[in-house]
Design a binder for this molecule. Sequence first.
Ligand code: MG
Length: 452
Amino acid sequence: MKIFGSSGVRGVAIDDLSPEFVLRIAKAAGTVWEADRVAIARDTRTTGEVFRDAAAAGLATVGCDVDHLGVVPTPAVGHHCAEYGTPCVLVTASHNPPEFNGIKLIGSDGVELSVDALSTIEDHVLDESFAETDWRGAGSSRRIDGVADAYVESVVDAVDRPAIADADLTVAVDPGHGAGSITNPEVFRRLGCAVRTVNAQPDGHFPGRLPEPIPEHLADLSRLVRTTDADLGIAHDGDADRAVFVDETGTYIEGDASLAALAADALSTGDVAVSAVNVSKRLVDVCADVGADLELTPIGATNIITRVRELEAAGRRVPIAGEGNGGVFFPDYRLSRDGAYIAARFLELLVDGAAASEVVEPYAAYHNVRSAIPYDSETERDRLLAAAEEYAGEVDAELDTTDGYRLDYDDGWVLVRPSGTEPKIRVYAEARSSARANELADDVLDALADAR
Ligand code: MG
């Protein structure tokens, strides 16, 4: 695909991602969907209204009536679309910094479009093949209220509310000024938790922290957990389709560890779990323990969704899928990521009195390193990738080229791949000691640095 990456279209708003381009995407989507009615929603970014209006103009031009859902988290959009059978043009840049914005396309089943469906829309954008109408056929628009409330209700109904409420949990919630600010503290209140919040005002300038829920951004949340004696800290990205956690001591829980804990709870013998090629050994071990298969895709939610659909069509049960960045799918619930639901499932692991640190303790045996080398040009990118390929050919490790170069050693692994959203070559490593994980990453980084 040339336009849509593994997470839709993203760019620095107006400079890289122009309203004119979004208008064309909306025209193409409206043309391909052939829907009478299409929804538009957005996250809290300051440029959200610019792109909302561009998308609305594009859709009306190809004869679609527009339902404006307002500022809501991505999973609330999924819920609304599935409920009413309406596809949606969603304006969000998820975890990217404030200056970014982007477009995700959600189908009438509430799920992000598959790789094939996106490719069809892409062809229409590139060919400028739009089913434009004249003045008689132009679409109208209306505002839809209550989308956030209906979503909150749906999450509360989907989990074991009585058990969570009986556990008398205190949770600290950091939606990072994103769209989850509007819904998620309310979800946890309705589940019977005492809720403390930080960075919970919707604000596209993201004054308290940046939208990506990585450890460097979660000092406020750790402090809040400690000062309020909370049982769990919950943080979301800008569109609240991901959830990461800090334990009752304020310590960040690696996303790979929470994924493993949730997978151990969800999987039974004969099931399949789907993850990406940067999968942690933690999940590999969980699958082996319960006798479940593990399928790996290239990195990115779109790839995972496409693979889960294929497996389900073949009659396999896929109760869990996702990556170690807090983006976990529970396909029996919905084939899209839902930060509030992921967190509620984690709360279910605490109802018998186990502390969050105890729940993830079995998955503490591995250490991960993530690093990156930026590049300035395509030539430099190609040179770095050629060096990675050469390195992969020289070392004594099992090579997997599903997405970049993953090298599996007896005691750990390392993956080198170009980022899907930024001009960087990313390096991931995992081993049983942090020294070995660092060594695996550093060896590759040295080889790349030499090539440059
Ligand atoms: Mg997101």
